[in-house]
Design a protein around this ligand. Structure first.
Ligand code: 13P
Length: 349
């Protein structure tokens, strides 16, 4: 199956009332783990690469690895997404490379650290939409600022400093025409999100529900959605790691989000933990091993297990065969003739 538009994938998820995991990758083994999990659970999937991942793997390696996945698994719809584009140029280069979806994170300036003004965010996001849609490419924007830092990108902090203002979310969706909207509700990137199991004082699910009620047809995106399971932390620490005690986003809260308009759920840290734990275990218990396959295979298997579990929990499992891919050129026509709407339905307060 050719790579598909993320817009198609999310529209289908909205029809089916489920969420789709967007899993970050840097290398071949991570892509293989995701595809094995997608095949096992028959799930459509979003494979995403940050700027850091593109630099680490080199664009053409990464692109061709994901393309190989689409050739090897023709029955699985795959959207290839740029995570946290920091500028128009980053998004343009991803589109030129063949990504079918980009995130323009205009919540931060090009340095990927300093929050922007609302107007700056609208302006750069709108510019990306105007470039992407005629090419059939999906655009995700962000309003509000997430906490933490991932791959050098992020404002830091707890995630509560710049939570999304619902009025701004409505105006942003209206003025930019984005296909998907990432909102800040207290989550942050990385392993250290919460110091105890999060309650409503730190994870603002009420705010998410309020935004969904105002924008009932807009595909919402939850970033920083690793659950950071204790079992994965324990494996890392049992074999010489030094992770401090920490909590992520409970899966039940993500499922509540999915019942309230969340269609894309970003997960990276859980997979990093699974991989690191598996590698540590081999090297710690079998120090005579030196063939990378002896630890990369368990690492890939550990990530496969986490991804398959999330696919089932997010509800995307079993939906790979629900629809045929629409060619990207047809998606472009849909944006042009208005059959793919870019104006949100806005409900009264
Ligand atoms: P986690 O660090 O919680 O996995 O979040 C990843 C993410 O949001 C990537 O954009």
């Amino acid at each position: 199956m050719p790579l598909v538009s993320m817009r198609q994938l999310l529209d289908e998820a909205a029809k089916g009332g489920y969420g789709v995991g967007a899993f970050n990758v840097n290398d071949m083994e991570q892509i293989q783990a995701i595809m094995e999990a997608a095949m096992e659970t028959q799930s459509p999937v979003i494979i995403q690469a940050s700027r850091g991942a593109r630099a680490f793997a080199q664009d053409r390696y990464l692109f061709h690895l994901i393309l190989a996945a689409s050739e090897l698994y023709p029955e699985i719809p795959i959207a290839m997404h740029q995570d946290h584009g920091n500028s128009f140029e980053t998004c343009k280069s991803a589109i030129e490379l063949g990504f079918t979806s980009v995130m323009m994170d205009g919540s931060l300036k090009e340095d990927g650290k300093t929050p922007t003004s609302f107007e700056e965010n609208v302006e750069v996001t709108r510019k990306v939409v105007e470039y992407a849609h005629p090419r059939g490419v999906t655009v995700e924007g962000e309003i509000g600022v997430l906490g933490g830092i991932e791959d050098g990108h992020g404002a830091g902090g707890t995630g509560l400093e710049h939570v999304t203002d619902p009025d701004q979310a409505v105006e942003f969706a209206e003025r930019t025409g984005v296909d998907a909207l990432a909102i800040a509700i207290g989550t942050s990137h990385g392993a250290y999100k919460f110091t105890k199991k999060p309650d409503g004082s730190v994870l603002k699910m009420d705010l998410l529900i309020e935004i969904h009620n105002r924008l009932p047809h807009t595909h919402l995106v939850m970033h920083g959605s690793s659950s950071v399971p204790k079992e994965l932390q324990d494996i890392v620490n049992e074999y010489g790691g030094k992770l401090k005690e920490t909590w992520g986003v409970p899966v039940e809260e993500i499922q509540l989000g999915i019942r309230n308009g969340v269609r894309k759920i970003n997960v990276d840290t859980d997979n990093r933990l699974a991989i690191t734990g598996a590698i540590r275990k081999v090297l710690w218990t079998q120090p005579e091993k030196f063939d990378p396959r002896d630890y990369m295979k368990p690492a890939r298997d550990a990530m496969h297990k986490v991804v398959a579990q999330r696919m089932t929990q997010f509800g995307q499992a079993g939906h790979a065969g629900d629809y045929a891919p629409i060619a990207i050129s047809e998606i472009a026509k849909g944006y042009a003739d208005g059959s793919l709407s870019t104006q949100p339905l806005i409900a009264a307060k």
